[in-house]
Design a protein around this ligand. Structure first.
Ligand SMILES: [Zn+2]
Length: 292
């Protein structure tokens, strides 16, 4: 019995004597595996954080990452007041019918500025209407007023390109523009004197500032909202877009090109289409150009 106990004891001693050796061996193995445990906590951390964020931000964050920053410019119609060559009033009446039939949603550049994702989430359903050459100094052309009436009756808003010119704006024009602005229309700058900014820039960048800044000031002073959109006279763009973004502009509206834009840019150039032989044909051409 004593012998067995001694045997067990010595066996135990042998094992315990071995254990330090056995312990030494796993250490490097443990050391080698240390980077794994440290990375695991960070993984579990993010996994636990995510569910706490998701409930409050369900709608926006789940959409945002999937949206392409490159967007199609909504098809944009460029209109002017009726003249002897072209009755834009009659054209607009027909065009509104087509927009209604196609269930297009008419928006402004400012609408997109306020809600930038609509050009992705509602791509192909948006449409923009612009009317240029509205002078702050003179009474609004009666037929242009009629054009705005037609759009309002349809429940549409539009973008008005205003030339500011004078220090003495015409009160009725101001009143009408203010009323339209308050009902969601966008008042855009069409410069102070309808100057070709591309030409001005070639002479001096300062001339571009001198032509645009006063118009922004005058619109803000009379209408109450500082424009974020510039409608380029004769569609002529400047080379240095920074000149325009420095003035707080966001949209620069020309004629050629600009059928897509990068929503990450701080200033966006977009193009437009003028009326063709009739409303239906123009709509067809715009469908091809803007791809909607
Ligand atoms: Zn113009």
């Amino acid at each position: 019995m004593k012998l067995i106990t001694t045997l067990i004891l010595s066996l135990f001693l042998f094992i315990s004597a071995c254990t330090p050796l056995a312990q030494v061996a796993p250490v490097p193995a443990l050391e080698a595996s240390t980077p794994i445990p440290t990375s695991i906590p960070t993984l579990t951390f993010t996994a636990t954080v995510l569910p706490t964020i998701t409930p409050t931000l369900i709608s926006t964050p789940t959409i945002v990452p999937t949206l392409d920053p490159l967007r199609s410019t909504p098809p944009t119609l460029m209109l002017h007041r009726p003249n002897l060559q072209f009755d834009s009033l009659a054209f607009l009446k027909e065009f509104v019918k087509i927009l209604q039939q196609n269930k297009m949603k008419v928006v402004t550049y400012r609408d997109i500025y306020n809600n930038p994702n609509i050009t992705a989430t509602e791509q192909g359903r948006l449409f923009i209407i612009t009317i240029d050459d509205i002078s702050l100094a003179y009474p609004m052309d009666k037929r242009v007023v009629e054009m705005t009436d037609i759009l309002q009756e349809a429940g549409y808003t539009a973008v008005l390109g205003v030339v500011t010119q004078t220090d003495y704006p015409y009160p009725e024009t101001v009143a009408r523009l203010k009323q339209l602005s308050e009902s969601g229309w966008e008042i855009a700058s069409h410069t102070d004197n309808h100057a070709n900014l591309g030409k001005l820039e070639k002479a001096s960048t300062q001339l571009v500032y001198d032509e645009v800044l006063p118009s922004l000031d005058k619109i803000e002073k009379t209408i109450g909202i500082r424009p974020i959109t510039l409608v380029l006279p004769e569609g002529q763009m400047v080379n240095n877009r920074e000149t325009l973004s420095n003035m707080g502009l966001y949209w620069v509206v020309g004629i050629n090109g600009g059928v897509t834009y990068d929503s990450r840019d701080k200033i966006l150039y977009v193009g437009r289409e003028g009326p063709d032989k009739n409303a239906e044909y123009t709509y067809k051409i715009m469908k091809m150009r803007f791809g909607f």
